[in-house]
Design a protein around this ligand. Structure first.
Ligand code: ATP
Ligand code: MG
Length: 399
């Protein structure tokens, strides 16, 4: 079927007046950015809605990108016609005849925002409905539970006819809620945590700690690929690659073995907070989930959290692994995350890490390290990359 437009709906009701225009502007920007690979496409904002004019760009390709833009509640493919009764009837018939699988029942719902149009809504419902009935064989009208609701929107600029809604990913447009630093490992959890953070409108910058040359080039490529997949949802993403090798080596030489992971995590937190300050972020986001692994106990979270003042957002904290994996599949990070390349944490795993560390002991053991200097040095040697989604995308089904 050939659609000319896409009608986009967003969650305006939840918005306070003064935030609305800020929200809308950000959404238009994000949408433009998401659709910039389609040069023919135009975006128009009308009252409380947005219209994407396809100008011959295939609907499916554009729809796939729209499903990656936060802030969109739903959208519909639309046929536009002139303000002319015969044309409206033809276009409606055309729309309903091409729905696959063919519906058995339908209902016409007209909304006549343009009061200049000579036929009233009820009359239009009737005229369009009977035209469809006369020209099809097995279709019936059902006003209560129709298979298809044919929506006819009569406006000043024309008539828009649509027959179904596709859910968007919801949330808020990225950019309306400030910035957070995401601690991005190569695992399954942190990309999901990052996606959920973005979903609330937060601009995310990713921080990854590596132990090159103990960790491989493939491990690095994997994280870049994860960042790239995440960037489809935000347009682009800044990735900070922090060398942790020296710090890990010193921890191993100077601190008790069962505390190495705890102290390493505290160092990561401190470095991430410094990078947050440098980049204007007001929170840290992690993929921690309570009691998932030995290191994610309440005591461990507390001991690690002590070293920073910024709020730490943990979107996965109460989720089961299965729920997290389901989101990872949906957003497209799962297959990359399960590639076996080790990250810095898997390389220096002690035989029996402490499960109930205390901040006091961690502090005592850290006296063997030049904490401030090490943090500063790691920040200075951090490499920055801007990641964009431009790499060819795998086909994926609309969800
Ligand atoms: P993930 O699946 O995200 O790797 P995990 O289940 O392996 O998480 P941990 O290894 O305990 O859990 O890590 C907890 C969190 O610490 C991660 O979700 C991530 O936010 C952060 N983290 C761990 N390793 C790194 C790393 N190398 N670089 C940046 N952040 C990291
Ligand atoms: Mg991990």
């Amino acid at each position: 079927m050939k659609f000319d437009h896409i009608l986009i709906r967003y969650g305006e009701l939840a918005l306070k007046k003064k935030n609305r225009s800020f929200f809308e502007k950000q959404l238009v920007n994000n949408l433009k950015n998401a659709l910039k690979m389609f040069p023919q496409v135009e975006i128009h904002k009308t009252y409380g809605r947005m219209h994407v004019v396809l100008n011959d760009t295939p609907f499916e390709e554009v729809a796939q990108r729209i499903q990656q833009v936060f802030g969109i509640v739903s959208f519909s493919p639309v046929i536009k016609t002139d303000l002319d009764l015969e044309k409206i009837k033809e276009a409606s018939l055309n729309m309903i005849s091409q729905i696959d699988p063919a519906p058995k029942t339908f209902k016409v719902e007209t909304n006549r925002a343009n009061k200049q149009f000579p036929h009233k809504s009820m009359e239009l419902n009737h005229l369009i409905g009977s035209h469809i009935l006369r020209n099809t064989q097995d279709l019936k009208v059902d006003v209560h539970e129709p298979d298809v609701k044919l929506r006819v929107d009569v406006r000043t600029e024309g008539v828009f006819i649509s027959s179904y809604d596709i859910p968007g990913i919801g949330g808020l447009p990225v950019g309306v809620s400030g910035k957070a630093m995401l601690m991005l490992s190569g695992g399954i959890d942190s990309p999901v945590a990052g996606w959920l953070t973005m979903k609330r409108g937060v601009t995310v910058e990713a921080v990854h700690f590596h132990s090159y040359p103990f960790t491989s080039q493939q491990a690095r490529d994997k994280v870049i690929e994860l960042a790239r997949i995440m960037s489809r949802y935000s347009g682009r993403l800044k990735l900070h690659l922090v060398p942790l090798t020296e710090i890990q080596t010193l921890i191993r030489q100077r601190c008790p073995e069962d505390y190495t992971i705890t102290i390493m995590r505290r160092m990561m937190m401190r470095i991430t907070e410094k990078l947050a300050e440098k980049n204007g972020a007001l929170a840290i986001s992690t993929g921690e989930s309570l009691a998932q692994v030995a290191s994610q106990t309440m005591e461990s979270m507390n001991t690690i959290n002590r070293v920073v003042r910024l709020p730490v957002i943990r979107p996965l904290v109460t989720m089961d692994k299965l729920e997290i994996m389901e989101i990872a599949r949906k957003i497209g990070t799962y297959e990359t995350s399960i590639q076996p390349y080790e990250d810095c944490c898997t390389i220096f795993v002690p035989k029996s890490p402490v499960t109930r560390p205390t901040p006091e002991k961690a502090e005592k053991f850290e006296q063997a390290l030049e904490v401030e200097e090490l943090v500063q040095d790691a920040v200075e040697r951090t490499e920055v990359m801007w990641i964009t989604p431009e790499e060819p995308e795998d086909e994926f089904d609309l969800f």
